[in-house]
Design a binder for this molecule. Structure first.
Ligand code: BYC
Ligand code: FE
Ligand code: FE
Length: 483
């Protein structure tokens, strides 16, 4: 067995899957590579392709020492194929095949289902890069700019991860799907990305931080479920992706936290106690807290849609087949087959939102979404402590799961953030109190002035507590080459 802990950088495509001796897949990936670079140059970060960015590159899959930091021009980033180590003893841990040895090849009967999961997962990765492509220009600091680009190159690598699975395990249709991943475009009328939230705009940095907090967290939950897969290569690739995902959510949580911190600080300095005294607060050049709540309402509800319908036969089939499990599947104490278990699902019953017990097998999406909500709430509570500590009387809350939904049980109705059902008319009247209005968007956009001096931060966001790789405050995270 070759040592798969360290990454082989001698081939054009860094990897720990012994590509050098897998000529067919190496060739397929080398053929795909120019199209990828072409996509990156036209749809990746706009205007910074020749800048030197202080990026981390994975050099090992050992959790303790996998990252190396250095200046890299983004198009030269060593995107590679990295899988968590293989465990020879691993089994299928749930569903109809529970107890069988984990599969190293795709079971023929599940080929189409598995391909679809890989393609949907793969589609989100380049989509997010496309959504974020203009943000560099308004970066509030070099530190934030570098974090944006780090997230972008890693989402690029996540695309590589899915393309590897397609090229290695799905033959000709895999190659076609890999090509399709480079052809769809976020927000395009004719060839949009596959899932709703990935066709929305990310117009400003507050949206970016909300996106990395809420939507990358859907990524975390979905990857956790796919990491349970009985198809071992899927599990291994998702396990490594999760180590990168942690940084994306760090960027989101600390990003929003720093905006809150700065707003509280400015309010206190100006002697403003009322968080709803918006005109005066905005005049200070900071984002008022109610607008932060509206952005959170938007990004949370869009991300809830990514879990699919609460009751889903697709999800039941994925689970039964052993392809996609539950969050922390192996730590759950039950039969892992869900032959008779039920799970409480929020449903619309006679014009009322009620809890109804559904077969747990079809309620898999609901369960994952509940786990997601708990995970989100942890971060929201930490944001609230920032306001408490500053003595500002405002608390952020997650809106009801019935609020602003386009997928699932509540797609046909309107509800308030508290979960009260509304008529279309009532909704229209209140909409701008709950979701960012045109005026809110314009105000936030007006704050988005670039701040690219070393160690400096735009006035609407606090400096981070610590630097990347323990670098000092005035470190030049991006050496911008203008022109
Ligand atoms: N938009 O039974 P249903 C990430 C479709 S994020 C549009 O309700 P199912 C990342 C669905 O495809 C993680 N269409 O749901 C984050 C189906 O279509 P078909 C991405 C939607 O199938 C930030 C129909 O509606 N990974 O990594 O149980 C930055 C009925 O479906 C949507 C995954 O999602 C939607 N929101 O579950 C970068 C994991 N929702 O089959 C990256 C892989 C549903 O009738 N995907 N539909 O044509 C899955 O596990 C499942 O496909 C879903 C949907 C959970 C998405
Ligand atoms: Fe990703
Ligand atoms: Fe991510």
């Amino acid at each position: 067995m070759p040592d798969t802990t360290y990454v082989d950088y001698s081939t054009k495509i860094p990897n720990n899957v012994n590509l050098a001796s897998d000529n067919r897949v190496l060739k397929a990936l080398e053929q795909w590579h120019p199209g990828y670079i072409d996509w990156w140059m036209t749809m990746g970060p706009d205007g910074f392709q020749t800048s030197d960015v202080f990026l981390r590159t994975a050099v090992s899959i050992d959790p303790k020492g996998w990252a190396k930091f250095d200046y890299v021009k983004m198009p030269d980033y060593r995107w590679g194929i990295l899988l968590a180590p293989q465990d020879e003893e691993r089994r299928v841990n749930f569903g109809a095949h529970m107890g069988e040895k984990a599969w190293q090849e795709v079971p023929g009967e599940y080929r189409a289902m598995l391909r679809r999961l890989v393609v949907i997962q793969g589609d989100t990765e380049p989509a997010s890069v496309e959504q974020q492509r203009f943000l560099g220009k308004t970066a509030p600091s070099l530190y934030d700019m570098r974090n944006l680009f780090q997230v972008n190159v890693e989402e690029g690598r996540h695309l590589w991860a899915m393309v590897y699975l397609l090229q290695k395990y799905f033959g000709r249709d895999g190659r076609e799907e890999a090509q399709g991943l480079l052809e769809r475009r976020s927000g395009d009328a004719d060839k949009p990305r596959m899932l709703g939230a990935f066709n929305e705009e990310t117009p400003d940095w507050l949206s970016f931080f909300m996106f990395t907090f809420f939507t990358d967290r859907d990524g975390k939950m979905q990857l956790e479920s796919l990491a349970q897969s009985g198809f071992d290569p899927m599990s291994r690739t998702c396990r490594f992706m999760l180590t990168e995902e942690a940084h994306h959510m760090f960027v989101g949580e600390t990003g929003v936290g720093r905006v809150i911190e700065r707003t509280c600080e400015a309010m206190k300095a100006a002697g403003i106690e009322d968080p709803f005294d918006m005109a005066r607060i905005r005049a200070l050049g900071v984002v008022d807290l109610p607008t932060i709540q509206k952005k959170a309402n938007l990004h949370y509800s869009l991300s809830l849609d990514l879990f699919g319908s609460e009751v889903s036969t697709n999800a039941a089939n994925f689970f039964n087949a052993g392809l996609k499990g539950r969050f922390m599947e192996t730590r759950i104490e039950d039969d892992h087959q869900l032959t008779s278990a039920t799970y409480p699902v929020l449903k619309l019953v006679d014009g009322d939102i009620r809890t109804v017990d559904e077969p747990a097998l079809t309620a898999i999406n609901m369960r994952l979404r509940d786990d997601y909500t708990k995970d989100c709430q942890g971060g929201v509570s930490r944001w609230n402590r920032i306001m408490e500590k500053a003595g500002i009387k405002f608390q952020l809350t997650l809106p009801s799961v019935a609020f602003n939904r386009k997928i699932g049980e509540f797609k046909g109705i309107e509800a308030s953030p508290e979960g009260k059902l509304l008529t279309a008319e009532q909704w229209m009247k209140m909409r701008d109190q709950w979701l960012p209005s045109k005026a809110d968007g314009d105000f936030v956009a007006s704050l988005m002035q670039p701040c690219w001096d070393r160690g400096k931060y735009a006035g609407w966001i606090a400096a981070p507590k610590v630097g990347i790789d323990q670098k000092p405050g005035d470190f030049e995270y991006v050496k911008i080459h203008r022109g």
